[in-house]
Design a protein around this ligand. Structure first.
Ligand code: GCU
Length: 411
């Protein structure tokens, strides 16, 4: 957990289930006219679009760009002998000339050498591509970075000394060895993560009204979809049917929203996404909507602030967001010490999403008992709670690859 700012510190934090008021979850399987949804056809035609719209208008914001986005890509480096000869690495810069002449999204891609068409994890990083690896040819990001994230960052700029600082989160060799590709990009490329980050990012081209209606998380989700645009069109070593959206924490929130909006993500993984992600907002445990909006006012759309003191009025909750992934395989993970993210709330979000999966005759988690630490459970929805801190580690990746092997039938 990061330290809370002065305003957020004044908002009470509760960790005691017995003090938590009871609540009723909104039912995603009811149409706006009050009729229950009983089939996947009605869900897909009317129910799902209505829930998606509620999330856009009240939580993650309305994406102002409709239709295909023109992308110009430039492959800047190719290394046929990356990761001790096991992988091909590429660095690709995406530009969006019809939107802005200056914005860039820099992808670092690792492809396993021995796989004809690899499934790919698409996942943003917190600190720049060069922090995910020690490989010397990876460019140091020149974008704004949060100096509070690492001591190697000076005046909000990354330095050479920050190479590899996030390597524990990116076990590239282990991923490549299992036949998976990884595409990552810095989450701050299209919007720096601070209150005025929009001024130099994608939202700078919008009208004030469009900007307020969208959000930083919306922009980060948008970047993930642009990575998919590039990958499926240009990378023949990638299997476009096996694109996995994966994200940790605030990027986990953005990842869930990316996959809700973009059906090309065939599998979705939320790692410790917490409040505003997989955790039920109506549970008064750990972080709340009010904490989020106070400490990170740019993350969500302006309307989300209406629910600071009125979470019961939110027309949706995390189970409905997770339900938007159906029938795709979805994995939700927590960590035992990550109580700020409310692990039980993340688990219950996944439990409650089951009813949407049932429309497709799929078992979601198939249990409503929270498992012991380090004991993955589930069917089309997977879940584990790892022993330890708020983080994404090799253990987590291993469970995600086991889950992906099972659902993609990789032997
Ligand atoms: C803060 C924030 C969380 C977020 C986390 C992170 O702790 O309150 O909502 O998930 O940062 O992104 O690491």
């Amino acid at each position: 957990m990061m330290s809370l700012n002065a305003f957020a510190q004044k908002i009470p934090v509760n960790y005691d289930e017995s003090k938590m008021p009871s609540f009723t979850l909104p039912d995603p399987l009811v149409l706006p006219n009050g009729k229950p949804i009983k089939s996947k056809d009605v869900w897909e035609k009317a129910g799902r679009p209505a829930v998606l719209k509620l999330f856009a208008e009240n939580v993650y914001g309305v994406n102002p760009f409709s239709g295909a986005v023109k992308i110009v890509s430039e492959v800047k480096t190719v290394n046929e002998n990356a990761l001790n000869g096991k992988a091909i690495s590429k660095q690709i810069t995406l530009r969006f000339p019809e939107i802005s002449p200056t914005l860039t999204l820099d992808i670092l891609l690792y492809l396993p050498k021995n796989v004809k068409q690899a499934p790919v994890f698409v996942s943003l990083n917190f600190t720049g591509n060069h922090t995910a690896t020690h490989e010397k040819d990876v460019f140091v990001t020149e974008k704004w970075v949060n100096s509070g994230f690492d001591k190697t960052f000076v005046n909000n700029r990354a330095t050479d000394a920050s190479r590899g600082i996030a390597e524990r989160r990116w076990p590239m060799e282990a991923i490549i060895a299992r036949g998976y590709a990884v595409a990552t990009a810095y989450y701050g490329d299209l919007e720096a993560d601070h209150n005025e980050g929009w001024k130099t990012g994608l939202r700078s081209v919008l009208t004030p009204e469009q900007r307020e209606k969208w959000s930083a998380i919306g922009v980060w989700a948008w970047s993930m979809s642009r990575m998919v645009d590039y990958l499926i069109k240009n990378e023949s070593l990638i299997d476009g049917q096996k694109v996995i959206a994966l994200g940790h924490s605030r990027i986990g929130k953005a990842t869930l929203w990316a996959a809700a909006e973009d059906p090309r993500f065939a599998m979705v993984i939320s790692n410790d996404s917490g409040e505003g992600g997989a955790a039920l907002s109506r549970r008064w445990i750990g972080e709340t909507v009010e904490h989020l909006n106070t400490q990170f006012p740019h993350w969500f759309c302006a309307n989300y602030k209406k629910y600071n003191k009125a979470v019961a009025e939110l027309p949706v909750d995390s189970h409905a967001l997770l339900g938007l992934m159906a029938p795709r395989p979805l994995y939700v993970a927590s960590a035992t010490e990550d109580i700020w993210a409310d692990p039980k709330g993340e688990f219950l979000g996944a439990v409650e999403a089951e009813k949407v999966y049932q429309l497709y005759k799929k078992t979601g988690l198939g249990t409503n008992t929270m498992p012991m630490p380090n004991s993955p459970v589930g069917k089309t929805i997977g879940y584990h709670i790892r022993e330890g801190k708020h983080d994404i580690l090799l253990y987590d990746w291993q469970q995600y690859m086991n889950f992906a092997d099972k659902h993609f039938e990789i032997k």
